[in-house]
Design a protein around this ligand. Structure first.
Ligand code: G6P
Length: 474
């Protein structure tokens, strides 16, 4: 196979600098974890931002970073603090992220930040043009780089270019609010194949393409003058074996035993997310509060483990949310705690892999109730670790994973009564039923794991390009 260039905002390696010394860590987040689990099995190079600030003329440091990243099949695109502020904190996470997750009231429309977004997409384009060979396959990921496919198309007209969006594509009525809606769609249509997690996101995208750009579509194909662009569905999977296999690892078993000692024989409800307003953490805590209020017989018998991974901490809405969660946890614990029972165990931290798997395995119930989520891989990871069949997933119908995980207890996260009832249903479900539901979901998740997801995307991209060639030869 040709070389695969993977392009995303973040690299799977995050570099930090302390007093001039560089250290390398694994990047958190669905994209980095998912793509990070298979990219080395391809002849691939991953291009992205190493999350470290290097002065423009510090060539010595740049060379050092470049050499270290090369070992990991990675190549850097540097961003200045100004770019990070206006492109990453700004346009990506104060415009696209809230809007595409239907948080219209949090969306900012700032023309200056849009210009920096364009400039950073151009910088990515320049780097790719420098390193690309003519027959490389280029796979661009996520909302940070939506202009890039068209920019690449202008420089490399015959390149095979795929794009995958890891977040929802919103309905036309939301998307049309964006002043730069036309440019974003044109940017995406530079690809040969545009992939989404769910059928609804494709539908929304095609409807926006038709209504904003006037291009008709049929069977997922858009004809844009001389080119055909395909839109298709690829629900991202997880590295199933990694999660299922890790459960029996000694480090995980030790962690489980340690935590068991701490929580005793209480039932455990787990909530695990990046600290993000789309995840619905306050609503979830309020539902737990209502559960303890309405069903006092459970007081002292359940522990709620809340893990919130720090994320986008420079952005005001994230800081405010952190404060809101801190206060809510304090309020709930203050209201119900006794000398030998704390209802909410709160961790504002990144969990290492072993601790994460131990938490999944230990939990009787996972409460995964985002207000809106492109996919939600944690729901899938939780199910994969249930190797003995026990454990119940409560899943929001607003997560992209919901259509695939219909055997979970599905809830509307805004319906507090329904979440309260779902918690009780989960805590009282018979072991036979838990096992049966998990068995069906596990079979599905094992079959379409992240490696198959990537293979499927790349095959369909090859196919779309072949089709394009045949069409232009006619
Ligand atoms: C989501 C996005 C990813 C992103 C991740 C972590 O999953 O789809 O592109 O990397 O969040 O967010 P961050 O802003 O830290 O990259």
């Amino acid at each position: 196979m040709n070389r695969l260039l993977i392009v995303s905002n973040r690299l799977p390696i995050k570099i930090t600098k302390q007093k001039g010394d560089l250290s390398f860590e694994r990047t958190a987040g669905g994209l980095a974890t998912g793509v990070g689990s298979f990219y080395k099995s391809y002849n691939s190079l991953w291009i992205g931002w190493p999350a470290v600030n290097v002065r423009k003329n510090n060539l010595e440091e740049k060379n050092r970073i470049c050499a270290a990243l090369r070992e990991e099949q990675c190549h850097p695109v540097y961003l200045s603090p100004y770019d990070v502020k206006n492109y990453y904190d700004g346009f990506c996470n104060n415009t696209i992220w809230p809007l595409f997750h239907y948080f219209n009231h949090l969306t900012e429309y700032d023309n200056h930040q849009w210009k920096v977004y364009k400039k950073v997409n151009e910088a990515f384009c320049e780097t790719i043009v420098e390193v690309a060979n003519p027959d490389d396959t280029i796979w661009v990921h996520d909302y940070h780089l939506m202009l890039l496919p068209q920019m690449l198309r202008e420089h490399l007209p015959n390149a095979e270019i795929g794009f995958f969006l890891h977040i929802p594509f919103p309905s036309y009525e939301i998307f049309r609010l964006l002043p730069w809606r036309k440019e974003i769609l044109e940017g995406l249509l530079g690809a040969d194949l545009v992939g989404f997690h769910t059928y609804d996101y494709i539908r929304h995208f095609l409807s926006s393409v038709r209504r904003i750009l006037g291009y008709e579509h049929s069977l997922g194909e858009v004809v844009t003058g001389n080119r055909v662009v395909r839109a298709d569905m690829f629900p991202m999977g997880i590295d199933y074996q990694q999660f299922a296999g890790a459960v029996s690892e000694p480090a995980v078993q030790e962690e489980i035993a340690r935590a068991r000692g701490q929580y005793g024989d209480r039932k455990i409800i787990l909530s695990f997310d990046r600290l993000d307003y789309t995840k619905g953490i306050p609503l979830r805590l309020e539902a737990f509060d209502a559960f303890l209020e309405k069903k006092p017989e459970y007081r002292g018998k359940v522990s709620f483990i809340l893990v919130a991974v720090p994320s986008r901490t420079a952005i005001e809405h994230y800081q405010a949310l952190k404060q809101q969660i801190d206060e809510l946890v304090g309020r709930i614990n203050g209201k119900y705690a006794t000398t030998n029972w704390v209802p909410v165990h709160y961790f504002y931290n990144y969990l290492p892999f072993e601790a994460l798997v131990a938490n999944y395995k230990l939990a009787d119930v996972a409460l995964v109730t985002p207000i809106r989520d492109g996919m939600n891989l944690m729901a899938k990871e939780f199910v994969a670790t249930k190797t003995d069949g026990r454990g119940v997933l409560i899943l929001s119908e607003m997560a992209g994973a919901a259509p695939e995980l219909g055997e979970a207890v599905i809830v509307n996260p805004n319906d507090r009564e329904a979440v309260v009832e779902a918690i009780e249903t989960a805590l009282t479900m018979s072991e036979e039923e838990q096992t049966e539901r998990n068995r069906i979901m596990q079979k599905r998740l094992r079959r379409y794991d992240v490696t198959n997801w990537a293979g499927d995307f790349i095959n369909r991209l090859d196919d779309a390009c072949l089709h394009q060639q045949t069409r232009s030869e006619q």
